[in-house]
Structure formats: structure tokens, C-alpha cells
Design a protein around this ligand. Structure first.
Ligand SMILES: *[C@@H]1O[C@H](CO)[C@@H](O)[C@H](O)[C@H]1NC(C)=O
Ligand SMILES: *[C@@H]1O[C@H](CO)[C@@H](O)[C@H](O)[C@H]1NC(C)=O
Ligand SMILES: *[C@@H]1O[C@H](CO)[C@@H](O)[C@H](O)[C@H]1NC(C)=O
Ligand SMILES: *[C@@H]1O[C@H](CO)[C@@H](O)[C@H](O)[C@H]1NC(C)=O
Ligand SMILES: *[C@@H]1O[C@H](CO)[C@@H](O)[C@H](O)[C@H]1NC(C)=O
Ligand SMILES: *[C@@H]1O[C@H](CO)[C@@H](O)[C@H](O)[C@H]1NC(C)=O
Ligand SMILES: *[C@@H]1O[C@H](CO)[C@@H](O)[C@H](O)[C@H]1NC(C)=O
Length: 498
């Protein structure tokens, strides 16, 4: 029996927690005097391999796809594979094959269609996608999956290359196009600003963003073949042994939760890189090691006890807004620092004492995800909170459908876009009113101050059972896109849960 494909997706209810969700800049800040050679068209295409992205409150990034001549905004999601949009698509060819895509919270259902697609200057005839007819509890109207195609439910349902996702089609139609996808995610300056050296968000295919060519010299991180099979394949790679540097400057000891891992050593975590997931998901003991020693840190089991808008956030640390937390992740010997503004998120919401609520943006993964073969071989998910600190390149190699195996191994490259001194200054400006008092911030406590929660296990494994997925509680950790396929005769409406 085929394990249902699982992919990841941010839960869009997160949008409600940014006080105002607005569109981010597209090319707002230009170096004075630097003339741009390319003008973007209406859909955001520059004509040089690059496509503009919109940043929604630092919580999701979207671009346009043009279907039958009409532009549709879609979230860019390396954690899923297929394209779906809600709305009327001109000149679409309805294959009348029902498909349901349920998410951790919410679901999209519709029918597989084909239509001419324009994406970043490429034209694809008869692109297969799901035309959604109903979407529940998802505050966005489309997603473009950018993950490896072996996990595509549409490909599986059509059972031939006509069901391939857009990137595979692009790579196959012109063998000279390098099989690469890159993206650069901006930080929204007005949320935390002013920021230094801001760039705008863009996605490229087959080319790299000027000024970031150094990514080609970054170590090639292997894109692991999922040991549990093709249907749970993601963009997964290995962190270095004990490859997280905590706020005290020391490495955090890590142990994979994957049974009998076929890749890496037991002290190497398997990391999924997911542009569709806002809040990075870490093993609970890692989240505790990062945040649990901060003086004044408080472990919150249920966010609604802090503020109604935090309902759905479970098992996270609340920390003082002015506490600077420095953490880096280490891949292939290279350190990737994360801005303290990404580690300590300002919800801009007051608690009952009118005190502003700041929370750990790196949170514990649900127990039922890590170590569960149905979700693939993974220990953690690094979403936008991490990816905003890097320029990211995905080389699809023989992940492309129809490629002979073992010819070109797929890989990932990351280039740090963070300058430590600048990110420190940005934090001081945003949280400390410009006065650098971090030197005298209270020292980390000698041990983790975590109250006994239910049920407690000792020895560093996950403490509280996050049952978000099972109960349908909209927890961030539960925001999975569990993809199921319906049979041709199956009633879509009855198949929302799988
Ligand atoms: C950033 O976010 C703020 C608040 O949500 C919003 O007002 C602003 O328009 C956004 N965009 C930019 C470019 O800062
Ligand atoms: C494409 O052109 C735009 C506008 O000049 C520029 O900002 C962007 O970096 C370019 N991207 C690539 C991949 O050349
Ligand atoms: C997407 O297309 C719409 C309509 O053509 C346009 O207004 C919008 O600016 C585009 N978005 C981006 C990110 O370019
Ligand atoms: C596609 O076909 C199905 C089944 O025939 C139908 O129920 C659905 O309404 C069609 N979709 C659109 C957008 O017309
Ligand atoms: C899918 O196609 C392959 C060959 O292309 C065939 O062997 C297989 O039986 C097909 N599977 C289904 C479910 O139709
Ligand atoms: C194929 O890609 C190469 C390199 O990107 C480009 O020069 C060429 O024009 C493309 N050919 C077609 C037929 O699009
Ligand atoms: C965080 O890192 C920055 C940059 O290296 C440094 O200036 C700052 O002192 C560090 N803060 C703490 C609390 O360690």
C-alpha cells in the first residue's frame, strides 16, 4: 500500500497574528544611480530569469503564475509539489479527475485540469494543476509546489509525464536551462525597521541573482533520497553533527529521531527546507536548549491563554522582547547565523497586563511528525524564519521526472545573507530604541526552566504531546499538507479527512 504523500505547508491562520498584513516592497529600495536594465511586466516577470515575489508580513511569499492569460497569485512552497489555484481559469481543460488536498488546518479540493501556463518567462502548454472549487480555512487562493516531483499526487494520478509539475516541464523542454531554482526572501522593514541593505524578494529559474553569484561556491549539500520512499520526498539535507550553535555560543547536542537512518551519523539532524512554512520546527529539546535558559522565559502550552489571536499556537516559549538571542545552523562546516529578529518574534499583541508579547519563532515540532515515516525522514523543518537569512539554490539534478538515475545528483546550496554586526544593530534599533544594552542583558540561566507539562519524559525528548494533527487544532506544528488522492468515483466531500 502506498503511504499517502505528505507535504508541508504553512498554516495561513498565522496571517492573523501580524497586526496588519500588507504587501511588501517589490523593488522599492534601489541603490541610487543604479539603473535597472529590466522592467517587470504586470505579472512580475523581469525577463532575465527572475520573478518578483510579494512578502506578506514576513509570513508568506507569493508570486504570480499566468494561466490561460490570467495572473493568479500563489504561495511559493518548496514543501509541496503541485500547483493549485482557486478561481476561474480561462481556456482550461477540465480532466474531471477529483483531488483533495487537506492541510493541517483547512483543505482545498477540486479537479485536475490542464492549461497553458506562463511562469517566470517560460511557457508551458497543457500544464496539469488542480482547479480548486472549494477551499476551507486557507487564507490564500493558490500554491505553487516546488518540491521534487516524485511526491506529486497529480503525477501519480495521471501516471505519466503529462502530470509533471511546472518546474519539471520547464527543465525538460529545454535541456540547456540549468535545473536550478533559487529564491531570495526579504525582511519587511516596516515591521522591524529600519533595516540595513534591504533587497527585494525574487525567484529565479536557471540563473542566479546578480550580486549573489558566490552561492555557486557554497558547499553542495546533498538532497537526500527519502528513505521511506518517493511519496514522502522533500528537499531534505543533513545538518552537521551537533550543528546548532546556541545562544551561549556552544553547540547543542543533537540526535536524530529517525529510526535506522540511511544517511548521516546519529548526531546529524535531517532538515527539510520549506519556503511554505513560516515558523521553523525543531526537536523540542533543541527549542528548549535555545530558549529555556533565558531569564523570564515562560513555556506556553496554549497560546490562547496569552491572547485570543494566539489560539492555535501550542508549546512555545514566550521570551522578553528586548532579549537578544543569537543562534547559527552549521551545514558542511559553514555557519549560517539567524537574525535575532527572526529568533524572537514580536507579535505586537499585549498580554492581560498590557505587556507586549514576544515569542520564540523557532518552535518544537509535533511529536507525531518527527520520527513518523508517514511524513518522511526528517527531524526538523527550516521555514521562512531561517530561509530569510540565506539565499537558497535548489539543483534538481535527476529529481526531474524521466531523468536517468545517478547521472546528476540533486543538491542544495545556501549563501548566508546575514552580516552579524548589521543584524545586531538592527535588533538594537528595533527592540532597544537604538541604545545597545545587550552587553548587560541578564545572563542565561544555568539550566532550562521548563515546568512539568503533560506528559513529561526525561532525557531531552519531546515533552508535551502536540496532538495538533490528530485533533485538528490549528497548531503551527500541525500545519501539514497531508495530500490524499480520491478515486475517480470517490465523493470529494466525504474525503476531506484522510
Ligand atoms: C510591511 O508590513 C507593514 C505592517 O504590516 C506594512 O504596513 C507595510 O506596508 C509592509 N511593507 C513594507 C514594504 O514595508
Ligand atoms: C533581473 O532584473 C531586475 C531588475 O533590473 C534585477 O533587480 C534582478 O536582480 C535581475 N535578476 C536576475 C536573475 O538577473
Ligand atoms: C501579480 O499580478 C497582478 C495582476 O497582473 C499584479 O497587479 C501584481 O503586481 C503581480 N504581483 C507581483 C508580485 O508582481
Ligand atoms: C470540472 O469537472 C467536474 C466533473 O465533471 C465538475 O464537477 C466541475 O464543476 C468542473 N469544474 C469546473 C471549474 O467547471
Ligand atoms: C502507470 O504506468 C505504468 C507504465 O507507464 C504502468 O506499468 C502502471 O501499471 C500504471 N499504473 C496505473 C495505476 O495505471
Ligand atoms: C534554451 O535555453 C538556452 C539557455 O538558457 C537559451 O539560450 C535558448 O534560447 C533556449 N532555447 C529555447 C528553444 O528556448
Ligand atoms: C549577538 O551577536 C552579535 C554579533 O556577533 C554580537 O554583537 C552580540 O553581542 C551578540 N549578543 C549576545 C547577547 O550574545
Amino acid at each position: 500500500m502506498r503511504v499517502p504523500a505528505r507535504s508541508f505547508f504553512l498554516s495561513t491562520f498565522l496571517l492573523s497574528y501580524a497586526t496588519a498584513v500588507q504587501l511588501d516592497l517589490v523593488g522599492l529600495k534601489r541603490e541610487p544611480g543604479l539603473r535597472s536594465l529590466y522592467r517587470r511586466d504586470d505579472s512580475g516577470v523581469f525577463g532575465n530569469g527572475s520573478l518578483a515575489l510579494q512578502n506578506f508580513g514576513d509570513l508568506l511569499y507569493s508570486c504570480n503564475v499566468t494561466l490561460g492569460g490570467k495572473d493568479f497569485p500563489v504561495i511559493i512552497d518548496t514543501g509541496s509539489v503541485d500547483l493549485w489555484v482557486l478561481g476561474d481559469v480561462p481556456e482550461t481543460n477540465n480532466l474531471s479527475l477529483p483531488l483533495t488536498l487537506p492541510f493541517g488546518k483547512g483543505a482545498a479540493e477540486g479537479f485536475i485540469n490542464t492549461v497553458q501556463m506562463e511562469f517566470n518567462g517560460f511557457t508551458i502548454p497543457d500544464q496539469a494543476y488542480m482547479n480548486a472549487i472549494a477551499v476551507q480555512d486557507i487564507a490564500f487562493t493558490g500554491i505553487i509546489g516546488l518540491g521534487p516531483s516524485s511526491a506529486s499526487p497529480i503525477r501519480a494520478m495521471l501516471n505519466d509525464s503529462s502530470g509533471d509539475p511546472a518546474l519539471d516541464r520547464i527543465f525538460r523542454q529545454n535541456m540547456s536551462t540549468p535545473n536550478t531554482l533559487t529564491f531570495l526572501l526579504s525582511r519587511n522593514a516596516t515591521l522591524e525597521g529600519p533595516l540595513v541593505d534591504q533587497f527585494f524578494s525574487q525567484l529565479t529559474i536557471g540563473t542566479v541573482v546578480p550580486g549573489f553569484e558566490a552561492i555557486q561556491d557554497s558547499p553542495k549539500l546533498p538532497a537526500l533520497l527519502d528513505q521511506f520512499g518517493p511519496s514522502t520526498q522533500h528537499w531534505t539535507t543533513l545538518l552537521d553533527p551537533n550543528g546548532i550553535i546556541g545562544p551561549d555560543g556552544q553547540q547543542i547536542s543533537t540526535t536524530t529521531s529517525i529510526p535506522n537512518p540511511t544517511d548521516g551519523t546519529p548526531d546529524q539532524l535531517h532538515v527539510v527546507l520549506d519556503s511554505g512554512f513560516s515558523v521553523p520546527q525543531l526537536p523540542a529539546y533543541v527549542a528548549d536548549a535555545i530558549y529555556g535558559r533565558i531569564p523570564g522565559a515562560e513555556f506556553i502550552e496554549d497560546g490562547s491563554t496569552l491572547h485570543p489571536e494566539l489560539a492555535g499556537f501550542v508549546n512555545f516559549w514566550r521570551i522578553p522582547c528586548e532579549y537578544e538571542v543569537n543562534v547559527s545552523f552549521v551545514f558542511a562546516g559553514q555557519e549560517y547565523p539567524v537574525s535575532p529578529l527572526d529568533l524572537n518574534a514580536d507579535t505586537q499583541l499585549p498580554d492581560i497586563n498590557a505587556k507586549r508579547i514576544c515569542i520564540a519563532f523557532f518552535q518544537q515540532i509535533a511529536d507525531n511528525i518527527a520520527g513518523n515515516p508517514e511524513f518522511g525522514a526528517l527531524d526538523m523543518i527550516l521555514g521562512m524564519g531561517f530561509l530569510r537569512n540565506t539565499y537558497s539554490l535548489f539543483n534538481f539534478g535527476d529529481f526531474v521526472d524521466g531523468s536517468p538515475d545517478n547521472v546528476a545528483d540533486p543538491y542544495i546550496q545556501l549563501l548566508s545573507t546575514v552580516d552579524k554586526a548589521k543584524m545586531h544593530r538592527e535588533f538594537v534599533v528595533a527592540r532597544l530604541g537604538g541604545k545597545d544594552t545587550t552587553g548587560s542583558q541578564p545572563a542565561l540561566l544555568p539550566s532550562i526552566q521548563k515546568p512539568a507539562v503533560t506528559p513529561q519524559t526525561s532525557g531531552g525528548s519531546a515533552t508535551s504531546g502536540n496532538s495538533g494533527l490528530d485533533t485538528g487544532v490549528g497548531s503551527v506544528a500541525a500545519s501539514f499538507n497531508a495530500v490524499c488522492r480520491t478515486s475517480r468515483r470517490g465523493s470529494v466531500n466525504r474525503r476531506l479527512k484522510c
